[in-house]
Write a protein that binds this ligand. Structure first.
Ligand code: SDX
Length: 429
């Protein structure tokens, strides 16, 4: 708490409220006593002005385009770290020592396979089952195979075992969701491959033709996961916290996070960007015309991959992904017309007053889809990969909430419905 006070004046009365100042001098007004002292609540649909918690995990400064995990800048992590190391950092708050990293990698490898019983669940899904629905269902199904782990432990094996199971198995579940949709058998993980190399192997290897991954592709895929590792109290992370606050298990809480991430305004946007670019390309739409449509409220068209609730300048992740797209396309000797369209849209929007006045810049999803498409990931798997990347962040937030012994999350409302009225029998309606 800080020694500065805020006060609310209402109806001739005044209430003094404590404030809290964060590490980077963000200020929060503590309204935990508001309703008890005044009978009033605040109203903030979409929670744009409401802090749900204090957190040590991630800091974002939307005005300056800053993103840090446990104090480390995303640019630093992108240049020097790996997804496994960043996951450890996000989970445990410090960069791992050599021993800690080796142990972490060993545990991920130990938990990389799937129980044979899960096969029946995959066999039961229709071929056109949306991979995000399969992922959410199978994360919950892991709870059925780990009933002794349905706890809210934040230390020791009660936390580390479910955490490693989820972090590791999310790859195999995701890869199997894809392979079963194209009629291919499950490809078991290989202990000799890196976390990300194993994922690409499980996605694309065939029994007699192992997937040969280009170093640039593996690095870009790993970097994609690093860039998605956590992002403060976004929609899906808040969902994981809300579900976890009822003391539901980690499996169930992250499965709920997958559901929230699926929406096209959130993690589903990377797939929507590709659909938008493909529509423009295949139908010969003039990008300028499309930008005009996106500005028209009545068009129901948005420039997908643009805008952000927090970033009011460039999303630092978008910059890094844009660089990776150029590297991977060059390494794979691919020319993708969608990239040219994306760059044209960005250039137009960046100089258009509609976007500039509303601080709408490319976000993490604007270029990520082009990268995934170049690697050969099908569009309906894009958000699944976002979920793989975000898993450490969801788990770290779930754990932090329990360490803080957070009360069950239960927002209030302002009721605007009918006032009291007597029941009317059928004949009198
Ligand atoms: C992610 O929160 C996170 O951290 C999320 C994320 C993470 O890592 O977890 O960063 C990942 O979800 C990135 C966002 C991916 N979504 C998209 O790219 C979808 C397109 N973007 C928009 O839907 C929108 O920008 C949101 C959802 C991202 C943000 O919505 P807000 O904060 O509620 O903003 P808003 O809708 O109120 O927009 C403010 C204005 C409106 O115009 P006015 O009413 O002021 O005239 O900007 C306009 C909007 O119409 N606007 C857009 C636009 N985004 C906002 N207009 C055209 N195209 C867009 N993309």
């Amino acid at each position: 708490m800080s020694n500065k006070k805020a006060s609310i004046e209402f109806d001739g009365k005044s209430l003094e409220l404590d404030t809290i100042v964060g590490t980077e001098n963000e200020i929060g007004i503590d309204i935990t006593s508001l309703r008890a002292k005044t009978g009033m609540i605040t109203l903030d649909p979409g929670y744009g002005n409401t802090g749900s918690c204090t957190s040590d995990i991630t800091f974002i400064d939307g005005e300056k385009g800053i993103l840090r995990h446990r104090g480390y800048a995303i640019e630093d992590l992108a240049a020097n770290s790996t997804f496994v190391e960043t996951a450890f950092l996000v989970l445990y708050g410090h960069l791992p020592s050599e021993i800690e990293l080796a142990t972490f990698e060993e545990e991920l490898s130990e938990h990389s396979s799937l129980h044979y019983g899960l096969k029946h669940h995959f066999d039961g899904f229709p071929e056109n089952a949306p991979p995000m629905a399969v992922l959410s269902a199978m994360l919950n199904t892991l709870a059925c195979y780990n009933t002794e782990l349905l706890t809210t432990a934040t230390e020791g094996p009660g936390f580390t075992v479910p955490t490693m199971k989820i972090l590791s198995k999310v790859r195999a579940i995701s890869a199997w969701a894809y392979r079963s949709s194209v009629g291919k058998p499950f490809m078991p993980p290989r202990p000799d491959l890196s976390y990300t190399g194993n994922f690409l192997h499980m996605m694309f290897s065939d029994t007699f033709k192992p997937y040969e991954v280009l170093p640039e592709v593996e690095r870009a895929m790993d970097l994609f996961f690093v860039l998605h590792a956590d992002h403060e109290q976004n929609c899906s992370t808040s969902t994981v916290r809300l579900v976890g606050s009822s003391r539901a298990s980690l499996f169930t809480s992250v499965a709920a996070g997958v559901g929230a991430l699926w929406g096209p305004l959130h993690g589903g946007a990377n797939a929507e960007v590709i659909k938008m670019l493909t529509n423009i390309h295949e139908n010969g739409i003039d990008p300028k015309e499309y930008v005009e449509q996106a500005k028209d409220k009545n068009s129901n068209v948005k420039l997908m991959g643009f805008g952000h609730r927090v970033y009011k300048s460039f999303d630092p992740r978008a910059k890094i992904l844009k660089e990776q797209v150029d590297i991977v396309l060059k390494a794979m000797n691919i020319e993708d017309p969608l990239l040219d369209i994306a760059k044209e849209l960005e250039e137009m929007a960046r100089s258009d007053s509609y976007f500039v006045e509303r601080n709408l810049y490319p976000n993490v999803d604007f270029y990520s889809g082009i990268l995934l498409r170049a690697i050969g990931i099908p569009v309906d798997m894009f958000t699944v990969l976002f979920a793989i990347g975000r898993m450490p962040g969801w788990i770290a937030n779930w754990r932090e909430m329990h360490v803080q012994n957070m009360r069950i999350n239960r927002p209030r409302q302002v009721y605007t419905g009918a006032s009291l009225r007597p029941y009317t029998p059928m004949g009198e309606r």
